[in-house]
Every structure is written in structure tokens, then in C-alpha cells.
Design a protein around this ligand. Structure first.
Ligand SMILES: [Zn+2]
Length: 376
């Protein structure tokens, strides 16, 4: 188990240590965050927050509340908190809300402690551990930095905050690229799976890459492919998604919001068009993306030590991607039922084709969206 996920026990178990010398001071603890590109101004705000805030704000704290306090976006805050986790400034909790009694189990400290079913310590009833409904992430200050007093654990206060701000689901953190990069070994246990009620799965592929390899030779073609991967990885991260894996010249990415996935797809096409111009590639060697997206429920699993997704939504996304002609985005009618995603492309949705997709019984309505029309 990694160091930063070590359980420090319930903070009140350490009350006997009151009066001991503080192990580290706040500046010593927070200064290393500058190496992650955190500006001195944000660092200052974080330091003040950790040092001076009411203790209730630092115990199983809702990241959205922290975002509000630090005047940062949710995405910026989650990144900052993941850096702070890496530096041992905060600890991460995977709190589970019971579907039966509404009680919240605060005892889960690592993904390795999450199981397919969770038994509520309050009412002893068992329920599926939905990564996006039951599990929410909160952060606590590391007690080596500041020991909280008894009043920190205030369920009523936390309940009010959650009602006011909403919660950040466990799945949201699982789709944060920064978390995946810094904690690659943090996964649920092998042979366990978590239900995710809604995830947008995006597949890309490079059109004509086999021909590109044979025309340009492996070294040149691979360097172009690497280049295109760098762009796609950045776009996915910036659009609040995570690259689940690469498969040959293709990527599979996951997003909690369908509109983020669609936005990512649009920017990917835009960036590849730019890249083609920059590299002055002859038309036959231009990098052209084929993209498909689907949204729906999935199961999240640990496959060979890496997080992965399985289920009909993943299969459909892959099949839909295969219908893309290049320079377009193939999505299903189900995907466009998401109002935010539909709003992004509302003026450009043409007729759906009813397609029989391999391995899927019923014909599926597939739309081919043309981002050039969207962008220009
Ligand atoms: Zn319960």
C-alpha cells in the first residue's frame, strides 16, 4: 500500500498526542506544490485555508466547497487536491452513502477497499457500490500537519454543505487524468467491479494508418502517430476526461459528462487539422480521425492492475466509431438525448442512419456530425 494512503486512524484516536510539536509547518508542507505549477497566489490561498479554516471545513471536506473557498474551478481544485495528496498535505476519502438509510460510511481510505457490494455500518443493509451515485470523494487535512479537534466531525454541517453544493462522485476522480497519472496503481481490487450509472465512452482511430506506415516507413509514421497521441491526451485532460487506454493507433477515453466528450471530439478534429497544416503533410498522409461516442452504464474493473470499463456501452461506442468516415463524429440517438451534448451541435445534426452494428441485436440510430460545419 502506498505511503500517502496509509491510514492514520480516526483523528480523535490521537488526542493523547495533544501538545506534541507540530511535525511540519504549513510552508514546508505546501511549498513543494509550486513544482506542480501551482502559482504563489493559489498556494497562499490554500495555506490560509488549511491553517485558519474552521476544523469542520477540513474533515471529509467536499471539494466543491473547497473550490468555492479557494475561488477555483472544480477541475482546478481537484487537480490541486490530488497534488496535495501526493505531497501528504491532505488525505483522500471514498465516502459511501447508504441507499437505504442515507447514512455515510466514512471509513474507506483507498480504492482497494471498495467492493462490488457495500454493507452499511449503520443499518447493516447491503447495496451495489455505484461509483457515481453511492461513492463520493472528500479530503481531510493530514493530521501530521494539523490535528483537528472533536468538533471537526459534524455530520449536520457536512449534510448542509452537500445539499448546497452537490457532491463530487468517486467516478469523477477516476476520470481525472491527474489522479490517474500520479496514482497509477490505485485501483479497485482484482475480481471486483463497480457500477457506473452513466459514463461517456469515446473511441478514436486514425484513418488509413496502415497505408501511412507502408508509405512513410515505420519510424516516420510512428513519430506522427505519437504526435497525434500527445494532442489527444491533452485534449481529453482539458475536457475533464481520462484516457483509459490506447489500442494500436486508437484511444479509448471516458468522461462523466457527454457534452465534455463531444467537446473533446470537436477539439481533436480541430487540432489534427492544425497539426496537418503545421507538418505540411501531403493530402494522402494527412492524419484524419474517426471518432465515435456513446453514453450509458458500464462496469469499472481492474484489469491487469489498470482501471478499465466493460459493458454494452463500451461495445456500442467501439461499433459506432467503426461507422465513422473520418473527419466526423459518430454518435447514437441515445447520446444526443443528453441536453447539453445536443445543445452543442443542435444546428448541425442531420438525418440518423439506422445501422445494424456488429454484435448488437437491434438497429441503432447513428448520427454523423461534421465538426468543420460546427467550427467554421
Ligand atoms: Zn444504511
Amino acid at each position: 500500500m502506498l505511503n500517502f494512503f496509509q491510514q492514520h486512524g480516526h483523528p480523535f484516536a490521537k488526542l493523547g498526542n495533544w501538545g506534541r510539536q507540530s511535525v511540519r509547518n504549513f510552508s514546508q508542507a505546501t511549498d513543494p506544490l509550486a513544482a506542480y505549477g501551482i502559482t504563489p497566489e493559489v498556494l497562499g490561498r490554500l495555506k490560509t485555508f488549511l491553517q485558519a479554516e474552521d476544523s469542520r471545513e477540513l474533515y471529509h471536506a467536499n471539494p466543491r466547497r473547497i473550490a468555492d473557498r479557494l475561488q477555483l474551478s472544480e477541475q482546478q481544485t481537484l487537480r490541486l487536491l490530488v497534488f496535495a495528496l501526493k505531497e501528504g498535505i491532505v488525505t483522500l476519502n471514498w465516502d459511501i452513502r447508504c441507499a437505504h438509510c442515507g447514512g455515510i460510511d466514512l471509513s474507506i481510505k483507498g480504492l482497494g477497499e471498495l467492493h462490488t457490494h457495500h454493507t452499511c455500518p449503520g443499518c447493516r443493509q447491503s447495496a451495489l457500490t455505484d461509483a457515481d451515485r453511492a461513492v463520493r470523494v472528500t479530503f481531510s487535512i493530514d493530521d501530521r500537519l494539523r490535528q483537528l479537534d472533536l468538533s471537526a466531525d459534524d455530520p449536520e454541517f457536512r449534510g448542509k454543505i452537500d445539499t448546497q453544493y452537490g457532491v463530487v462522485s468517486g467516478h469523477r476522480l477516476l476520470t481525472l487524468q491527474t489522479f490517474r497519472n500520479l496514482f497509477p496503481r490505485e485501483t479497485i481490487p482484482p475480481n471486483e467491479s463497480l457500477i457506473v450509472r452513466r459514463v461517456a465512452i469515446l473511441f478514436t482511430d486514425l484513418a488509413g494508418s496502415t497505408a501511412l506506415y507502408s508509405r512513410r516507413g515505420d519510424t516516420v509514421a510512428y513519430s506522427l502517430v505519437r504526435h497525434h497521441f500527445d494532442h489527444l491526451f491533452t485534449v481529453v485532460d482539458e475536457c475533464n476526461g481520462v484516457v483509459v487506454k490506447t489500442i494500436g493507433d486508437a484511444i479509448m477515453a471516458a468522461f462523466t459528462e457527454p457534452a465534455d466528450a463531444l467537446q473533446a471530439a470537436i477539439i481533436m478534429h480541430q487540432q489534427l487539422a492544425q497539426l496537418n497544416r503545421q507538418l505540411q503533410l501531403p493530402p494522402e498522409d494527412e492524419l484524419i480521425l474517426k471518432i465515435g461516442i456513446e453514453v450509458g452504464p458500464c462496469i469499472s474493473v481492474n484489469l491487469n492492475g489498470r482501471p478499465d470499463y466493460f459493458g454494452t456501452t463500451v461495445n456500442t461506442a467501439a461499433r459506432v466509431q467503426a461507422t465513422s468516415h473520418g473527419n466526423d463524429i459518430a454518435v447514437t440517438g441515445t447520446f444526443l438525448e443528453d441536453p447539453n451534448a445536443a445543445a452543442l451541435v443542435k444546428d448541425y445534426v442531420g438525418q440518423a442512419s439506422q445501422l445494424q452494428l456488429k454484435g448488437i441485436d437491434e438497429p441503432v440510430a447513428v448520427y454523423h456530425l461534421h465538426p468543420n460545419a460546427i467550427l467554421i
